[in-house]
Design a protein around this ligand. Sequence first.
Ligand SMILES: NC(=O)C1=CN([C@@H]2O[C@H](COP(=O)(O)OP(=O)(O)OC[C@H]3O[C@@H](n4cnc5c(N)ncnc54)[C@H](OP(=O)(O)O)[C@@H]3O)[C@@H](O)[C@H]2O)C=CC1
Ligand SMILES: O=C([O-])CC(=O)C(=O)O
Length: 262
Amino acid sequence: MAGLRLVLVGWGAIAQRVAALLPEGVVLAGVGLRPGSTADLPDGVVRLDSPEGLAGLAADLVIEAAGRTAVEPWGCAALAAGADFAPASTSALTDVALLDRLVAAARQSSRQLVIPPGALGGIDALAAARVLPLSEVRHEIIKPPAAWAGTEAETLCDLRKLTDAVAFFEGSADQAAARFPQNANVAAITALAGLGMARTVVALVADPGAVRNAHHVTATGDFGRMTIRLENRPMTTNPKTSELTALSLVRLVANRVNPMVI
Ligand SMILES: NC(=O)C1=CN([C@@H]2O[C@H](COP(=O)(O)OP(=O)(O)OC[C@H]3O[C@@H](n4cnc5c(N)ncnc54)[C@H](OP(=O)(O)O)[C@@H]3O)[C@@H](O)[C@H]2O)C=CC1
Ligand SMILES: O=C([O-])CC(=O)C(=O)O
């Protein structure tokens, strides 16, 4: 498809990185912002102060990279306007009713809700493996203490005084993503790809020795056993977020315009 019209929602670390790396054949048609935002957008890009603006933009794909409260309004509007919708703030999808509404909206408009792999890799293998029964999926998210600053982790351990890695949370994927929406969107992705929200076990670790954001996923089932290990460079513009999150969105967009999909 030539001339894919893309809308990004949010103009933070991920959105700006994606915009800077867009492949040929993609037009950044608009950016969704909060009303009154002073964000400085590239010339020719339409500022959208509300999701209603999507109706006149003929977008093919809307990518949300703003925050979990942006997922429902922008997602429903994008799908109703005839675009596919890809949310980065996948922690929002722990709300089962919201997920159902988005899927229903996609069905209604014959478009797709696309779950990007985000900071993860190997999601293709996990989603393929679940064609046969899975018995166990575990996801450990290990980040430097600074990446957990400003989250509930501060009340569960003393982030500034850690000398060793501390697992300050272990629970289901929906609990992890709902309680740590800035750091555990990936937990929802692992769960959606594999064993579901309730049966996917997530451990959150603050490690003073870590310089990268690591993701260790192990899965067992009738397919066999897999271990996925990533050590992602945090973005300088937001250390909670891995660079790979933006890169995987660039891949998602490239696969929409390139003659070969990989
Ligand atoms: N799926 C994954 O693997 C990952 C997902 N994420 C998630 O992706 C999202 C974006 O991350 P990142 O770019 O690092 O975050 P940033 O904080 O760098 O940027 C978020 C941007 O979105 C804007 N924004 C927030 N809420 C809204 C809204 N309701 N409408 C429009 N704009 C809004 C913010 O504007 P303002 O300055 O006005 O607040 C800011 O410009 C976050 O939810 C993050 O948790 C992050 C990493 C991995
Ligand atoms: O970027 C990462 O490594 C993961 C992350 O923040 C998230 O899932 O919210």
